[in-house]
Design a protein around this ligand. Structure first.
Ligand SMILES: Cc1ncc(COP(=O)(O)O)c(C=O)c1O
Length: 355
């Protein structure tokens, strides 16, 4: 056969299509819920040089800025088109045929998609009914074939943060078994504790960061990883002609010099979290999250009602997410933004409950 059977079997679903970006409440994808005001947008677009479009991008300056930010050297950083591309490059360059990856479940769905795309066997460290993780379950997944472990910290859709004691046990096991340990710190800025200061001294540790979450710039598709020089330069061989396009790297450079957008967005998410949790408490709802990430999951009667609510809200231009696996199949997820945007959800949710 001309085509590869594992790719033929792979089911790709495009989510969040046809949303009304201007008038809708985008609460389905953990993006920046509130768009940039026109003055900030103007400043961002002004940061793109007229002389940059006719030349192949040179991202060296962004490397310097990111390295300085983390007290690392340029060679400790590898920039990619989002954490998503970096996951792909790690899997491609580190895992050989017959070897395995381990990651949490449920988590960012692209982990599963990318393993399937690369034809890599994976094992799932599953959350229990209490929305927690058990180290003994993890230990059972590790064997001589395990090559890479991804820890999403903090995690979503089930908000979960690893305690130091659990991190220590995992690190020791990975060191002993010569496993590459990757921390996905996509949601770090909302309240996680980072591992980035440990990358220099470890030969098997990678930390991934993104401009898609707290920076509020998922549109530029930019992220990066930090690791010791040897591992980092090895994985960076996977890059395309250059790491990214002229727009993305210049906007990221602008953002790094204008941390106000990061701080204000975090503040907005925190005030949205307070608002939403208070409202849900007053409605006597069962919910989880909103402390270390930019999302809350809300428990409904059953799976049917989750899909029903999503459809109902979508007609009102309020977009949220359902279709999660166990133990949260009866939950919907609401991304956090300003109380004003979240009040649209509360209003329509209250209407739906009356039907
Ligand atoms: C845990 C996690 N990692 C990574 C991503 C995607 O990051 P990026 O936009 O940098 O590819 C997401 C997006 O939802 C995520 O939830």
């Amino acid at each position: 056969m001309i085509l590869k059977s594992h790719i033929l079997k792979l089911n790709r679903i495009q989510t969040s299509q046809n949303r009304d970006l201007k008038n809708g409440a985008l609460l389905d994808r953990n993006e920046r819920v509130d768009y940039f005001n026109s003055s900030t947008f103007k400043k961002i677009t002004k940061s793109i040089s007229r002389y940059s479009l006719n030349a192949t991008p040179d991202v060296q300056n962004l490397y310097k800025i990111l390295a300085k930010e983390h007290g690392l050297k340029k060679n400790n950083i590898y920039i990619g088109q989002g954490i998503t591309e970096i996951i792909s490059h790690i899997l491609f360059s580190v895992v050989r045929k017959g070897e395995e990856a381990v990651f949490m479940h449920p988590t960012y769905p692209m982990y599963e998609v990318l393993c399937k795309l690369h034809n890599i066997k994976f094992k799932l460290w599953k959350f229990d009914k209490n929305l927690g993780l058990n180290f003994n379950d993890f230990r059972k997944l590790i064997n001589t074939k395990t090559k890479v472990v991804f820890l999403i910290n903090p995690n979503l859709p089930i908000e979960y943060e690893f305690k130091k004691s659990m991190k220590d046990k995992i690190r020791k096991l990975c060191n002993k078994k010569k496993i590459v340990l990757v921390y996905d710190e996509a949601y770090y800025h909302f309240g996680g504790k980072s591992e980035i200061n440990n990358v220099k001294k470890a030969n098997n540790l990678i930390v991934m960061r993104t401009f898609s979450k707290a920076w509020g710039l998922p549109g530029i598709r930019l992220g990066y990883m930090a690791a010791n020089e040897k591992l980092c330069q090895y994985i960076s061989k996977c890059r395309s002609l250059v790491e990214t396009n002229a727009f993305s790297f210049q906007i990221a450079q602008w953002a790094m010099k204008n941390k106000k957008i990061l701080k204000e967005h975090i503040k907005q998410v925190k005030s949205g979290a307070r608002y939403l949790k208070k409202k849900l408490e007053s409605l006597n709802e069962d919910f989880h999250g909103g402390n270390k990430t930019n999302a809350v999951i809300l428990k409904l009667k059953n799976k049917n009602s989750t899909n029903n609510l999503v459809k109902y809200l979508s007609r009102k231009k309020v977009y949220i997410r359902s279709n999660f696996p166990d133990p949260i199949s009866n939950y919907v997820r609401i991304s956090l933004g300003s109380p004003k945007k979240l009040s649209k959800f509360i209003k329509e949710y209250s209407n739906w409950k009356k039907i």
